[in-house]
Each structure stands twice: as C-alpha cells, then as structure tokens.
Design a protein around this ligand. Structure first.
Ligand code: M6R
Length: 364
C-alpha cells in the first residue's frame, strides 16, 4: 500500500535515498571505494563501442550515461530511443556490446531493438528492475536495479536506480580502460555514496518546490534547459511535467535556445534551468541571461556556488547541495520529479495513473 502517502508516486519519491543507497551498495566497496560488478559477456577494456537503448525515462538514463561513458571511460557510445533504433538498421561491426535499460523489462520497442543488435553481433546486457522479465531472459547478462516494485506510472526511484547502476559501470569501465586511476575512482565513488544523504535532505525541504509548483501550475508552456549531463535531466523534467500535469513542456540543450526556442520566450513562459556549478556553468548562465533579457521567467536549480550569479536575473533560485558535477544529474532529477508531482497535485490530475498511459508499454 501507499502507507501515509497520498499517492504511490509520493511514496516512491521518498524512496530515492534508500534505493540509490541499496543500488550503490551492490557495486561500491565502502572500504576501498572501488567499483566491482557482476560478470559481463564482454571485456570493457577492449570494447570498441557501446550501444544504449531505452524508451521514455529509460532513454533519458541512456542519454545521461552516454556522457559518463564518453567523458569518464573514454568509451565510444551511442544512446538511442528504442523505437527508432529497431528500424534504423545501423551498420554494426561485431564485438560491441549493447545495454537495454528498462524498469519493467517488457517494453516492446526495447525488446525489438535487442533482437536487432543481437543479430548484429553485439553482446546483450539488460538493466532491469523486474528479475524474471522478458528482457532479462533474452539477455546474455542482467544487471538489476534494486528499486523494488514501482507502481506509479511515472518513473521515479527506478530512474535514479538506473542512473546509479550506469554511473558505477562508467567508473568500473573507466578503470578497466585505464582512463582513471584508483584515486580518481575513490573520489568519484565517494561523491556517489553521498548522494542518498543529499537526496534525503531535498525530500525534507519540499516546501520550496511546492511554492514553485504554485508558480508553474497556470503556465501553458514550460521550457527546461541544461547542458552536458544536465541536458537529459532537462528532458526528464519536461517529460514528467507533461505526463503528470498535462502542461506542455520541452527540454532543450541550453545552447540550442538561440536556434529556435528563444522565439517562444515571453513573461508567461517559465524557463527552468538545471545549472549546478561546474565547467559548463558560465555557458548555461549566459544562455539564461539571454532568455531573461527577452522577458523569460528564469527558475534555476543550482548550488551555493552558482546561486549568486543566477540571482542577478533569475526570478527564483533553488539551492541544492553542492556535489561533484559527475553526480549532479542524479541529484537534480529528484527536485524536477518533485515539481511535476506537486504541479499535478495542484491541478488535480490522476497522479498515479495519468491519462492515456500504461506502466509497461508491451505493444509497439
Ligand atoms: O518499463 P520501461 O522502463 O521500459 O518503461 C519505459 C517508459 O515507458 C517509461 O520510462 C515512461 O516514459 C515513464 N512513464 C516515464 O515516467
């Protein structure tokens, strides 16, 4: 049941800290801070290329993971939406590997993409939350997310569990490929291990997100912006808002604003940006300033180091704990999901069962 919570989604949001912690414990040795992993049907040290495939929020996990595999593990990587991958017929050289991310493990398009990549000579790994699922059965290896049953149609804790698995794999592959040393691995796993505690604090401070939800609930359109590994989290924010509150929302790479979407900006369009401090901060902040100069209502999620610069032109600045940029996408996913939840509650939509949607999409 949902205990004292109003909705399964609210309960599942509150499970983020425990689920992230449980997932990390499967991979990270707390004493050495090294990442171990179950046996895989390929050697990450010599892997020529990695394919990542998923639908909806699972695809967003793939997009985030691609930044990690490329930048940290120096591994050539593609992230594809399964419904496109299955028909795209990309040229493949045998000997690569493909990972299929899915909460249910039953998503029809992802299963079809799996068949295609197997035929193309790739090793097949699934990252699923349901152990006896079809995707798990049809894979050479399965990596489990230990999120527990997720009832709400909107994915929450499965999403951060999937991100946690992918982050661990990126570090493990990075070591295997000689892209990082043990010291860097320990520094980054330490950052990961601190995420559950930060996540718990965010969940306790929901009043600010609820106030923000009041601001957003009357909007017709909302834009979400991010750069680098925060770009997929902008997509996640937009997807959750659409799915739960039926408000039109789009996620964009912040640098794409001036190539079209900035034409939408006026004072009725909230621009929600995921802008933690780090190497891409200045670039994102200057994109936001351009939107503000055109009357855009800027709402920024950042940390203490980013807050001061953003307060000069943003109408709201939500200050999150300061973390290493590596783990920032995991942490920022939580307030954007909370925001979509609270907007939906204010609008009175069916939070756990949004219209037209199913928990597992088993037909094409
Ligand atoms: O079971 P799966 O992870 O394969 O499901 C994929 C998508 O259908 C799912 O993530 C969907 O986008 C969610 N409703 C998003 O909250």
């Amino acid at each position: 049941g949902k205990g004292n919570y109003r909705h399964f989604m609210e309960k599942e949001l509150h499970e983020h800290p425990a689920v992230i912690g449980d997932t990390l414990r499967q991979y990270v040795d707390p004493a050495t801070r090294a990442v171990s992993r179950p046996a895989l049907p390929f050697d990450p040290a010599t892997l020529p290329r990695l394919w990542l495939s998923g639908c909806g929020s699972a695809f967003i996990v793939c997009q985030t993971a691609r930044y990690w595999f490329e930048t940290i593990a120096r591994l050539p990587c593609d992230a594809d939406v399964a419904s496109e991958l299955r028909y795209r017929d990309p040229p493949m050289t045998g000997g690569g590997a493909a990972m299929f991310v899915s909460q249910s493990g039953e998503t029809a398009d992802n299963l079809a993409a799996m068949k295609l990549l197997r035929t193309g000579g790739q090793s097949i790994v699934s990252v699923v939350n349901v152990p006896e699922s079809t995707m798990s059965r049809e894979s050479d290896a399965t990596l489990m997310t230990v999120a527990g049953p997720e009832i709400s149609v909107a994915s929450t804790k499965a999403f951060t569990a999937q991100l946690s698995v992918m982050a661990c794999l990126a570090l493990n592959f990075a070591r295997a490929r000689g892209a990082i040393d043990a010291e860097e691995e320990a520094r980054l796993t330490t950052a990961l291990l601190e995420v559950p505690e930060h996540a718990a604090r965010l969940l306790d401070a929901s009043a600010e997100i609820e106030a923000l939800a009041e601001d957003i609930k009357g909007a017709r359109d909302v834009l979400y912006l991010g750069r680098g590994s925060m770009f997929p989290i902008a997509l996640e924010g937009a997807l959750k808002l659409k799915e739960l509150s039926y408000i039109h929302a789009e996620g964009y790479a912040a640098g794409e604003m001036k190539h079209g979407p900035i034409a939408l900006i006026d004072d009725s369009v909230p621009v929600i940006s995921l802008c933690p401090s780090g190497p891409l901060f200045e670039k994102t902040a200057s994109n936001l300033q351009e939107a503000a100069a055109r009357g855009g209502r800027i709402i920024a999620f950042t940390d203490e180091d980013g807050a001061q610069a953003l307060r000069r032109f943003a109408s709201r600045v939500v200050v999150l704990p300061k973390v290493d940029p590596f783990v920032a996408p995991i942490l920022h996913a939580i307030p954007v999901q909370m925001l979509a939840y609270h907007v939906a509650v204010l609008k009175g939509t069916d939070v756990d069962q949004p219209r037209n949607l199913a928990k597992a999409v088993t037909v094409e």
